[in-house]
Ligand binder design. Sequence first.
Ligand code: SAM
Length: 213
Amino acid sequence: MGLFKKKIKQEHKVMLQAERAAGALLPEYHRATPECPHPERWHMYDSMTAEAEVLEFLYTLVTTTKPELIVETGSFLGVSTLWIAKALKDNGFGKIISCEFDPVVFAKAKEKIDASGYSEWIELRNESSLEMHIEGTIDLFFSDSDLPIRESEVKRFLPQIRPTGLILMHDASSHLKTVRDAAFKMESEGLLSCIFLPTPRGLVVAQKKEGRA
Ligand SMILES: C[S@@+](CC[C@H](N)C(=O)[O-])C[C@H]1O[C@@H](n2cnc3c(N)ncnc32)[C@H](O)[C@@H]1O
């Protein structure tokens, strides 16, 4: 073995673990927080994909609010994308545009989506959320990429988000901190009105303040 073992990127490591786990559900193992003292009551497929219960919530949110255009940042293996696409199919209309900037992860997600039977509801893009261009008005924005860029991401797309639309920011627990702080900051700047759902990794459900009836 060489002295300098190549460091595997976290996303690639979790991708390999997810392949080995083959869809088995585990108890959530992110650490307990004051707002979520029993994370083990939730379930997860892997540490990158949103908690299983959050995936169910995404499905229900889409069937409840009937969005036409959904934008997701951070596809990873396409699991949340597919839950949302299933809801769009059940609604009978709409589209999700999801971006993943890592080309290796993107290729895996694409393979999975192509084989899923839901690809007509999904536009998967191999690009960064900070560079991609979206045409039209966004009804549901799901921010789930890299933690430090979430604020820029939300601010970048805010003008295109419908006032009655929803903004979701995943990984907003007090332990992960960065996204939670970004949501508090945007609230104090008068941009968003936020609810912090006490899930293991934290989920902000927000609306922009401007333009609300
Ligand atoms: C937490 S995972 C997404 C999980 C996925 N939404 C799910 O629940 O199934 C975050 C992903 O965002 C990707 N990513 C990080 N920065 C990005 C950016 N600027 N634009 C697009 N994707 C990004 C990472 O490569 C990683 O695959």
